[in-house]
Design a protein around this ligand. Sequence first.
Ligand SMILES: [Zn+2]
Length: 251
Amino acid sequence: MFVKTKGLVLRSTDYGDSDKLLTVLTDSLGKITVKARGIKHGRNTMKAPCQLMAYSEMNLMEQQGRYVLTEANTIELFTELQGDIELLSLSSYFLQVTETAAQEEAPEPELLSLLLNVLYALGKLRKPQALVKAVFELRLCVLVGFLPDLEGCGDCGDREVKYFHIMDGQLYCPDCGQNHGDGIRMPLGRGTLDAMGYICYAPAKQLFSFRISDKALEELGAITEAYLCTRFERGFYTLDFYKTLFYGVNL
Ligand SMILES: [Zn+2]
């Protein structure tokens, strides 16, 4: 059976002497594994669309749940992200998290759209890395079902909140926060809270249409990173590597 789909290469690994195995996030088939035959030989026209991060229209042959690439036309290669170590590392983190979050063969149009959105913001629009990272982390959590409760204190409903509790995904006021000392409880200001609300509910195409101060962005970034890693109950080596670029240590 032949299938036509659009997909972005999340992972590309060598397979035998001349083939590659691609993990692709598609709009209609979810996350699939695709074999690309003879890709490493000579001037194969499918080399570019088989690169990491390449977004292409793909023609696939499906046989018993296995896909073989028969034709691919590149839509976007995100070359701006390939030549800069910081941008490449941050993008690799986005790819690894997306691969972890995506389901096998369940359509993931929103996840693919978010990934395209953040890669575009990083490479073409040159949005600040910290901003793109925070938006990606929180919005991805929302897409996979970890919408935080941002409607006031989780215990008493008070609107004057002071903490975001990472494990609970809840806000707490200064008083109630004292009762939730276990787990990580992070302080947050009004600007950070407004940004979180925006990122959770904004239309996909307007994800970056908000303003945030440097201080609030720093607070937001610490919260979104901790929230994502806690919800997924794991770390990401791509994130560790990205951080070594700034701190020079293996965290
Ligand atoms: Zn309270």
